[in-house]
Design a protein around this ligand. Structure first.
Ligand SMILES: [Zn+2]
Length: 128
């Protein structure tokens, strides 16, 4: 009897029949090729200027997500927001409401407990 490796395949065939179990003999299983590794040409990351051999334009997620805001761009956004506030006073109020919520945080009241006092067994004690 041939020793077999059972491979469960959950895919459906085009015909509509589900693949049940694929019985692969152990000898054949050993000779099965490894997953093909794709070789990418070495490129230079435009953000960090380091060479890398991966898929895509950037070497890593951090480099792909990083953005440099130029002073020109900052000025453009700033002027646009200033103009929006001038044009729409409600927008200004909405922005203020985001920063200042309706319920103000009460100022911290000084503890009534003195320096020579302490709490023990649920009572306030004064050191003599
Ligand atoms: Zn990079």
């Amino acid at each position: 009897m041939v020793k077999a490796t059972t491979v469960l395949c959950s895919r459906y065939h085009r015909s509509g029949y589900k693949y049940d179990l694929l019985l692969i003999p152990s000898s054949l299983h050993r000779t099965m090729p490894e997953k093909r590794q794709r070789k990418y040409p070495t490129k230079i990351c435009p953000t960090c200027t380091k060479p890398f051999a991966k898929q895509g334009k950037y070497c890593c997620r951090a480099c792909g997500n990083s953005r440099v805001f130029t002073p020109t761009y900052k000025a453009k956004v700033s002027n646009a927001l200033k103009q929006k506030i001038i044009d729409d006073p409600e927008y200004k109020q909405a922005q203020i409401a985001k920063i200042l919520p309706d319920i103000p945080i009460p100022p911290q009241i000084e503890s009534p407990m003195g320096l020579d006092q302490f709490i023990a067994d649920g009572d306030l004690w004064t050191e003599v």
